[in-house]
Ligand binder design. Structure first.
Ligand code: HEM
Length: 278
């Protein structure tokens, strides 16, 4: 019998500490992907279906307070472009985030990236135009300022993302692309915040008739500022060697991702799924 004990010593590798930060980012990515593809399905099936069956006037039969305004053909066209393109940019954002696309199909990443940057800017300009040109039937001016901040940041971040791609500075490109993604996704975060809040508190701080109130003012700013602030904490955590700081940020991301999952469930069950099935 051969004695392996001397000739083949077993290599003992030092145990790697679990990378909670990377795990929290992966969990966030998966939950976000589920929620954003559901949003895409809602937009394309519900609004796309209306458009295919009845053209632009069919947007008057939707739940939108200002869906179709007779005589405002430019505004109506802007609304249809805003909404249908919104479905495509959310899908493009998901394609951009997929690591497998970046490594295996870089051409798709490049083309989808170009579309994402241009189309998200068009959606933001159309949104800003609609938000400030049409009569405000629900909500408040503070809420519109919060949502507009997201649109303005999309337009500010877009050339910076492009600049770093051209410079081939991929570390800076990644940081700005993620900031851009958060700004484009702000209105998606808003829906999770509002529906999650309704589910948990029954709508404290929301006047359901006028769709305004202190919680909605908070939510319209939080949709943009909260994801961007957490992203900055994540970037700092990636750079630091301090394990307590990394673990603290990872815990924060886990908690917020859990809250996002509640919001995704609430908006899907209460709004998107019924609209898709109808
Ligand atoms: C850039 C990302 C954006 C996306 C993906 C997006 C997406 C959408 C979607 C899906 C709708 C239909 C409403 C629904 O059924 O949920 C909508 C409506 C609307 N959005 Fe946006 N939006 C974006 C940015 C903006 C911005 C920056 C503004 C500026 C204030 C804006 C203003 C509006 C307005 C006014 C409506 C119509 C609401 C009504 O009929 O009264 N959007 N948007």
């Amino acid at each position: 019998m051969t004695d392996y004990t001397d000739s083949a010593p077993i290599e003992v590798r030092p145990k790697q500490p679990r990378d909670w930060l990377a795990l929290s980012a992966k969990t966030w990515f998966i939950v976000t992907a589920v929620g954003q593809w559901l949003f895409v399905a809602y937009i394309l099936v519900y609004f796309g279906g209306k458009f295919l069956s009845g053209g632009i006037p069919a947007f008057g039969e939707t739940h939108l307070p200002n869906g179709f305004v007779p005589g405002d053909s430019f505004g109506n066209m802007a609304l249809v472009i805003h909404i249908l393109l919104a479905g495509l940019i959310i899908a493009a954002g998901q394609i951009q985030l997929m690591p497998v696309v970046r490594s295996r199909v870089p051409r798709l990443h490049r083309w989808s990236g170009r579309f994402y940057l241009v189309a998200a800017s068009v959606v933001s300009i159309a949104g800003l135009y609609l938000g400030w040109s049409r009569e405000r039937l629900i909500g408040s001016i503070q809420q519109d300022i919060g949502t507009s901040l997201g649109g303005v940041l999309v337009l500010v971040f877009m050339p910076i993302v492009l600049y770093y791609v051209r410079k081939r500075n991929f570390a800076a490109h990644r940081r700005w692309a993620l900031r851009f993604f958060m700004a484009v996704s702000a209105v998606w975060f808003l829906r999770l915040i509002i529906f999650g809040w309704f589910l948990i508190t029954g709508g404290i701080g929301i006047d359901a008739k006028t769709f305004s109130g202190p919680f909605l003012t908070f939510a319209n700013f939080a949709q943009v500022l909260l994801p961007l602030a957490v992203l900055e904490l994540f970037f700092r955590a990636e750079r630091t060697k301090s394990q307590p700081y990394r673990r603290a940020v990872a815990s924060l991301i886990f908690v917020l991702t859990g809250m996002m999952a509640v919001g995704i469930f609430a908006v899907t069950a209460g709004f998107w799924l019924p609209a898709i099935l109808a």
